[in-house]
Design a protein around this ligand. Structure first.
Ligand SMILES: [Fe+2]
Length: 195
């Protein structure tokens, strides 16, 4: 189902300019943590990439990531709660609304190839997808295929098979919020500072 959240609040969560700034900051991005900002890559076929493939000295390597991005790999940024004040505010709003802790992931794709963001799968938690920019076509078991436009959101119940397909030629940014079963926030958004 599509969720009635104001389109403009979703569209303004983060811009490409802000993302470029944050990625270029002297931030210690990591590849292994789920509690501090982290970077992962997914191949155009939808498979998660071994972090060693884009790391040097166990740290994400900017030039290598850029190369893979240009080849159509999807960039997944985890625990992005503090990336912008609006992301922090929005994550807090969703946690308050559901009374559950929420994990955040941003999915970025250049749209240069017809890349998948992941293979069809089920999740152990409910998921709220927010299309910040561009478009994504979603297949959710038991529902007709649906296209999310910039500002749209989609709620996927836990245990329901789903897959995403980008619209070729259109760069996109999607926010995925995993609504956990924990009542207390697992990440202190105001202590994980990016600067
Ligand atoms: Fe999922």
């Amino acid at each position: 189902m599509k969720v009635p959240i104001d389109k403009k609040s979703i569209q303004s969560l983060i811009t490409w300019e802000e993302l470029n700034e944050r990625l270029n900051d002297e931030i210690r991005w990591v590849t292994t943590s789920s509690t501090v900002p982290s970077i992962h890559l997914i191949s155009p076929e939808g498979d998660k990439v071994d972090p060693q493939y884009f790391s040097r000295d166990n740290k994400p390597h900017k030039m290598r990531i850029q190369e893979l991005w240009d080849q159509g790999f999807t960039l997944v940024l985890g625990t992005v709660d503090n990336l912008t004040p609006r992301l922090s505010q929005f994550t807090g709003f969703i946690e308050h609304k559901f009374q559950r802790a929420v994990f955040t992931n941003l999915y970025l794709n250049s749209g240069k190839t017809d890349s998948k963001s992941f293979q069809a799968h089920v999740d152990k938690t409910d998921i709220l997808i927010c299309q910040i920019m561009g478009q994504t076509i979603w297949g959710v078991a038991g529902q007709p295929e649906q296209k999310l436009d910039s500002g749209d959101s989609l709620f996927i119940q836990k245990g329901i098979l789903h897959e995403a397909r980008p619209v070729q030629g259109i760069p996109r940014i999607s926010l995925s919020l995993a609504i956990t079963n924990h009542k207390q926030p697992l990440v202190d958004r105001f202590s994980v500072k990016l600067t």
